[in-house]
Design a protein around this ligand. Structure first.
Ligand code: SAM
Ligand code: SF4
Length: 471
C-alpha cells in the first residue's frame, strides 16, 4: 500500500487557468476504455466546508485534465466527499459505497475523501475493498501527488496525515454558484468540544495568509462574484500567519473594500472568540452581512461544561447582548444538540428558555450522536432515542413558533435581495436578504438572477418570506 506523502515533492505541474478555468484533457491509467478515461463524478455529503472542498478538488481534477460528469455511470473516477459529524451521515457513506461495488469491476476507480476517510482510514479498504483512494480532509493539499499515483496504476493510495500545517489552496476552484463564492480562511479546529469529531477529522487549526485571501477575493470580484462567504469551523478564531497579523474583523473590512464585492458573509462563529470589534465591523460596513451564526449547543451551563464548550449560558448571552445593542438589527442563528449524556429534563428546559430569550431567526438542531475518538463517548449515552426525539420535536416546535411570529412582524418592510433562484412558476423568484432570510417574490422582470433588487414583504411563514419586487 502506498501513502501519498511518498510523492509529495512532485510539483503541481499542469498549466492552469485561474479560479474557474477550463482544462486540457488528460488520460487516467488503469484499464478504463478510452472514451471513459479522465472523467470524474464527485458527490458531496455534509457542510458548506465540504461543498467548498469539493469545488477545490473539482478544480484540481480539471487542471489535471479530467472532466466532470453528472452520473457515476459516465465517470472513470468516482469520488465521495464525506461527512462523519453524526453516525447517520457516516452510515450513509458506506451504504452508498456498497451501491458502487460492481463499478470497480467495470474498471472505475473509486475514492473516499473527507471526514469519514480520515476517521475510518485504511479500515475502508477492509469494509469496501473496491475503494482505491482514501484521503482525509487534512491531507487535501497532497491530492495532486495522490492522483499521480492513481494515474500510475496504484490500486491503493492513502492520505491520512493530520499533522500538516498547510491549508488547502488550489490554483483552480470550480465554483458551483456564479454569484456567491465560498472561501475557506481557516481550516481544522483547536477547540475540543467533547462530542465532536472535527478536531480528529480535520486536524489542527490553520489560518490562511490574509494577502492570499485578499488576492483571491480580488480575482473573484473580477470574475463577477459579488458575494463572498468566508468559511471556517471557527471562522472568527482566524489568526493571520503573516507579519500583518490582521484581526478577523479587519479582514472582514478589507474583503468588503474590494471593488465589486457587495456582500461579505462568514460562518461559523465560535462564541468564545466572538468579540465586540466584529459587531463594530458589521455596524460600520454595510457590505458585511447583518447575520451571525453563533452555535450555542445548550442553554444549560452544566451541559455546556460537559460539552467543553468554553463558555457559560451567561457568557453566551453577553455575546447576544453585544449584537442586540448594535445600531442595526442583526439576524442570529444557532445550532443545538438535545440529549447530550446526562442532560436532565430541567437542563433541556433551560435550552427552551434560552430560545425564548434570544429569539433566534433560525436554528439547526440535532439529537446527540456518540462519535468515535470523542471524550463524550466514555460518558454513558443515557438518554433513549425516543426521549431525544421527543426533546427535538419540542425544541423545533418552539423555534417554529418564534420564527413564525418574528417573520410576521416583517410584513410591510422592504429588503435588498440577491436573486439566486427562479421558480418554474412564471414571474416567481427567490433570494436572500443580508440577514440571510429566504424570500420568494414576484416580479415581471425577466433577467434577475445574480442581481440585487428591492423586495417588499407581503406575507410570512416560519421558514421564509413572500414578497413583491419593489420598483
Ligand atoms: N464548528 C461549529 C461550532 O462550533 O459550532 C460547528 C461544526 S459542526 C460541523 C455543526 C454542528 O453539528 C454543531 O454545531 C453541532 O450542533 C452538531 N454536532 C456536532 N457533533 C455532533 C454530535 N456528535 N451529535 C450531534 N450533533 C453534533
Ligand atoms: Fe467541533 Fe467544537 Fe470545533 Fe465546532 S468548535 S468544530 S463543535 S470541536
Amino acid at each position: 500500500m502506498l501513502n501519498c506523502d511518498l510523492d509529495m515533492s512532485k510539483p503541481f505541474d499542469i498549466e492552469v487557468e485561474r479560479l474557474t478555468g477550463g482544462a486540457s484533457y488528460l488520460t487516467v491509467a488503469g484499464g478504463v476504455d478510452a472514451g471513459q478515461r479522465g472523467t470524474f463524478f464527485l458527490e458531496t455529503f455534509g457542510c458548506q466546508m465540504n461543498d467548498h472542498d469539493s469545488e477545490k478538488v473539482a478544480g484540481l481534477l480539471h487542471a489535471r485534465g479530467y472532466q466532470q460528469v453528472e452520473t457515476p455511470e459516465a465517470a472513470s473516477l468516482i469520488l465521495y466527499n464525506t461527512c462523519s459529524i453524526r453516525e447517520k451521515a457516516a452510515q450513509k457513506v458506506f451504504s452508498r459505497l456498497g451501491e458502487y461495488r460492481e463499478k470497480q469491476s467495470e474498471g472505475k476507480v473509486i475514492g473516499v475523501l473527507g471526514c469519514v476517510a480520515q476517521q475510518e482510514g485504511e479500515e475502508i479498504f477492509k469494509r469496501a475493498p473496491w475503494v482505491s483512494l482514501v484521503c482525509g480532509s487534512a491531507s487535501y493539499s497532497k491530492l495532486p501527488g495522490m492522483l499521480a499515483q492513481l494515474e500510475a496504476g496504484n490500486a491503493r493510495v492513502t492520505g491520512l496525515d493530520t499533522d500538516t500545517d498547510e491549508t488547502f489552496e488550489t490554483e483552480v476552484t470550480r465554483r458551483n454558484n456564479p454569484w456567491r463564492a465560498y472561501l475557506t480562511i481557516i481550516e481544522g479546529c483547536d477547540k475540543a468540544c467533547s462530542y465532536c469529531v472535527v478536531p480528529f477529522t480535520r486536524g489542527p487549526e490553520r489560518s490562511r495568509a490574509s494577502d492570499s485571501i485578499l488576492r483571491e477575493v480580488r480575482q473573484l470580484a473580477e470574475l463577477g462574484y459579488s458575494e463572498v462567504q468566508l468559511l471556517g469551523q471557527t471562522v472568527n478564531s482566524y489568526a493571520d500567519p503573516t507579519a500583518r497579523k490582521m484581526r478577523f474583523s479587519e479582514l472582514l473590512l478589507a474583503v468588503a473594500e474590494v471593488r465589486g464585492i457587495r456582500r461579505v458573509r462568514f460562518t461559523t462563529s465560535h462564541p468564545s472568540d466572538f468579540t465586540p470589534d466584529i459587531v463594530e465591523a458589521i455596524e460600520r460596513e454595510p457590505k458585511i452581512c447583518d447575520h451571525v451564526h453563533l452555535p450555542v449547543q445548550s442553554g444549560s451551563t452544566r451541559v455546556l461544561r460537559a460539552m467543553q464548550r468554553t463558555y457559560s449560558r451567561e457568557e453566551y448571552l453577553e455575546k447576544i447582548a453585544l449584537m442586540r445593542g448594535a445600531n442595526k438589527p442583526i439576524g442570529i442563528t444557532t445550532d443545538i444538540i438535545v440529549g447530550f449524556p446526562g442532560e436532565t429534563e430541567a437542563e433541556f428546559e433551560e435550552t427552551l428558555s434560552l430560545l425564548e430569550e434570544v429569539q433566534y431567526d433560525s436554528m439547526f438542531s440535532f439529537k446527540y450522536s456518540p462519535r468515535p475518538n470523542t471524550p463524550s463517548l466514555s460518558m454513558s449515552d443515557s438518554i433513549s432515542e425516543e426521549e431525544k426525539s421527543r426533546r427535538l420535536a419540542i425544541l423545533q416546535e418552539k423555534q417554529r413558533e418564534i420564527q413564525a411570529a418574528k417573520n410576521a412582524r416583517l410584513v410591510g418592510e422592504q429588503f435588498e435581495v440577491l436573486v439566486s433562484g427562479k421558480s418554474r412558476r412564471e414571474n416567481q423568484w427567490s433570494g436572500y436578504t443580508t440577514a440571510h432570510r429566504m424570500i420568494n417574490f414576484a416580479s415581471q422582470e425577466s433577467a434577475l438572477l445574480g442581481t440585487y433588487v428591492q423586495v417588499r414583504v407581503t406575507g410570512a411563514g416560519p421558514n421564509s418570506l413572500v414578497g413583491e419586487h419593489a420598483v
